[in-house]
Design a protein around this ligand. Structure first.
Ligand code: FPP
Length: 262
């Protein structure tokens, strides 16, 4: 994705003293960055606040990361907002999250419009409470003509459920006689996932120090680089994103082959 040098320089002026922005190789910015936004609850608890206050603070971080990703020229930013397992949280927290998702999408429409951000959902949004679903549908329609960075929000998403859903779609194609069993290859499976048409994430960022994948993009992260930081999501900002990209740019990606230096 094209990046605007002047807007980039302005947005990333004032870097912390220990961060040298000039180290960023703008020719090797990951096309797709994915965030597992973790630690909202612990951030709030550590401050004596209700967990839901952590989710509100997490939205401020997401807003900053969206803008930062646009400024960096990222093609796709995806973020894990609600898993198929998150329904097991206390009903009050689920209700607050569903309300916040709807409110956030409406509140951020001007930002999404200004920055020309395409929006899509990964996951089964048909199963969300009616109001949240309707707001999502309204927001998707409002962003329909946008052609810039893609923001893919994983809501009611589970990696295993996604693969099972793809298997059902493929089975139906075979059943109808539209697909030969021997033609089922990796790209055929990829085309039936929520992420069809998107590049796989080169970089997955997980906040709050957890070393887990948590049923996230199981197929798509086969060769992703992971960056795990102890920072809780509400404290994750543009500078943390730059640190993650710098770490990624320092990695030797081999895709099962040999290093270029071998
Ligand atoms: C994980 O923290 C975070 C979430 C479950 C929700 C994150 C969602 C947002 C920041 C807003 C997304 C906005 C839209 C429009 C979809 P946690 O509760 O698991 O924290 P903990 O591990 O400390 O308990």
């Amino acid at each position: 994705m094209h990046y605007d040098e002047a807007k980039f320089a302005e947005y990333f002026s004032d870097a912390p003293a220990d961060l040298d922005i000039a180290q960023l190789d703008m020719a090797r910015i990951p096309r797709h960055i994915s965030c597992i936004m973790d630690g909202n609850g612990r951030w709030a608890t550590a401050r004596g606040l209700a967990r839901t206050e952590g989710h509100k603070a997490g939205i401020v971080s997401l807003r900053e990361v969206i803008t930062a990703a646009v400024r960096l020229g990222v093609d796709v930013l995806s973020a894990y907002a609600f898993s198929t397992e998150n329904w097991n949280r206390p009903q009050h927290e689920v209700n607050v999250l569903m309300h916040l998702f709807a409110k956030t999408f409406i509140d951020e429409l001007p930002l999404l419009k200004r920055e020309n951000v395409r929006v899509m959902f990964l996951g089964d949004i048909s199963a969300l409470p009616e109001r949240t679903r309707k707001v999502f549908e309204y927001g998707l329609e409002a962003c329909r003509d946008h052609t810039g960075m893609t923001l893919a929000l994983a809501v009611n998403y589970g990696g295993r459920a996604e693969i099972a859903r793809a298997a059902r779609s493929i089975a139906r194609l075979v059943q109808k006689g539209d697909l030969d069993v021997d033609a089922i290859d990796e790209s055929c499976v990829a085309n039936q996932l929520y992420t069809a048409g998107l590049p796989d994430p080169e970089l997955v960022v997980r906040t709050s120090g957890e070393m887990r994948v948590s049923n996230y993009l199981l197929w798509q992260i086969a060769y992703s680089e992971f960056y795990i930081t102890d920072t809780y999501w509400p404290d994750f900002d543009r500078w943390e994103l730059v640190r993650a990209i710098l770490a990624y740019q320092g990695r030797d990606r081999r895709f099962g082959g040999l290093s270029k230096t071998n």
